[in-house]
Design a protein around this ligand. Structure first.
Ligand code: NAP
Length: 256
C-alpha cells in the first residue's frame, strides 16, 4: 500500500463513514472529521481493522477555524495530504416558504463553505502531492423542488465551486470532481422519510415505498455504493477525470 493520506469529512455516519472505511484499502492514513467524537471513534476502529491508520478530529466545520485545525493536525500526524473528500452535509429539508435566513445560512456555512475552506487550506499540500479533491453534492442540484429548495441550491453551488477548483487544479495538478448521490439509505434519509410520513399521514414503511415510486427507482442506494465511486475517482485509472459532476442515483433523474 502507498503511504498516502486522505481527509474524509462527515466520517461519523452514512456515506462519509462508508467512504473512510472503503478508502482504507488504498490509503495508509485516513483523517476522520465530523462533530461527534464517539461515532468517529467507531469509524476509526473499522478503518484500523481494514488496515489503515486513523486520526480522529472532532470539529464543527461551520466554524471558520475548523479548516485550519484539520489541516494542521493532519500535517502534524502524517506530514502530507493526498486527497480531501468533502462529504459532511446537513442542510435542512424545509419548504421554500418556511425556511428562515438563519437556516439557509447555516446550511450553506456547513456544506458549501466548510468544504470550500478546507479545500483551500489543504490546497498547498494537495498541489505538492499532485492530489485529488471530491465534493459531495446531490441529485437534487439537477431537479430543485419547493420542498427542498435549500438542499438543491446549495448542492448546485457545490457543483459550481468544484468546477472552479478543477479549473485551478489543471494549473496546479490537482484533480477535482463532484459526486451527486441520489436517495441513499442513511440516517439523513431516514429522518427525511420520517418527516415526510408525518406530513402525509402515512407510516414510515409506506413513505419508503411511496418515495421510491415517485422517484421512479427500484431501490435506495447504499452508502457503500457511493463509497465505491469515491474510491474509483481517487484511483490512478481515473486521473484524467477532472471537472466532472458524477451522478449515482439508480436512474432517479430522467433528463440528460
Ligand atoms: N443520503 C442521501 O440520500 C443523500 C443524497 C444526496 C446527497 N447526500 C449528501 O451526502 C452527504 C452525506 O450524507 P449522509 O446521507 O451520509 O448523511 P448523514 O448520515 O446525516 O451524515 C452527515 C455527516 O455530516 C456530518 N456533519 C453534519 N454537520 C456537521 C458539521 N457542522 N461539522 C462537521 N460535520 C458535520 C455528520 O457528522 P456529525 O453529526 O457527527 O457532525 C455526519 O458525519 C451530505 O452532504 C448529503 O447532503 C446524501
Amino acid at each position: 500500500m502507498s503511504s498516502k493520506i486522505v481527509i474524509v469529512t462527515g466520517a461519523s455516519a452514512g456515506i462519509g463513514a462508508a467512504t473512510a472505511i472503503r478508502l482504507a484499502k488504498e490509503f495508509s492514513g485516513i483523517v476522520l472529521v465530523a462533530r461527534r467524537e464517539s461515532e468517529l471513534q467507531t469509524t476509526a476502529k473499522a478503518v484500523t481493522w481494514a488496515g489503515a491508520e486513523a486520526l480522529v478530529i472532532a470539529t464543527d466545520l461551520r466554524q471558520p477555524e475548523a479548516a485550519d485545525l484539520v489541516v494542521r493536525e493532519t500535517v502534524k500526524a502524517f506530514g502530507r495530504i493526498d486527497a480531501v473528500v468533502n462529504i459532511a452535509g446537513a442542510v435542512p429539508q424545509i419548504h421554500l416558504f418556511d425556511m428562515t435566513d438563519e437556516q439557509w445560512n447555516d446550511g450553506a456555512e456547513m456544506k458549501l463553505h466548510g468544504a470550500r475552506r478546507l479545500t483551500i487550506k489543504a490546497w498547498p499540500y494537495l498541489k505538492e502531492a499532485k492530489g485529488s479533491v471530491i465534493f459531495t453534492s446531490g441529485s437534487s442540484a439537477q431537479e430543485p423542488k419547493p420542498a427542498f429548495a435549500a438542499v438543491a441550491t446549495i448542492n448546485a453551488a457545490i457543483v459550481a465551486v468544484a468546477k472552479a477548483f478543477a479549473e485551478q487544479g489543471i494549473i496546479d495538478s490537482v484533480q477535482v470532481n463532484s459526486v451527486l448521490p441520489g436517495p441513499v439509505m442513511s440516517n439523513r434519509r431516514v429522518g427525511f422519510l420520517q418527516k415526510w410520513s408525518d406530513a402525509n399521514t402515512m407510516t414510515v414503511e409506506e413513505a419508503k415505498t411511496k418515495f421510491l415510486e415517485d422517484a421512479g427507482i427500484e431501490r435506495y442506494g447504499k452508502p457503500e455504493e457511493i463509497a465505491e465511486l469515491m474510491a474509483f475517482l481517487l484511483s490512478p485509472g481515473a486521473r484524467w477525470l477532472t471537472g466532472a459532476a458524477l451522478r449515482m442515483d439508480g436512474g432517479e433523474i430522467k433528463g440528460l
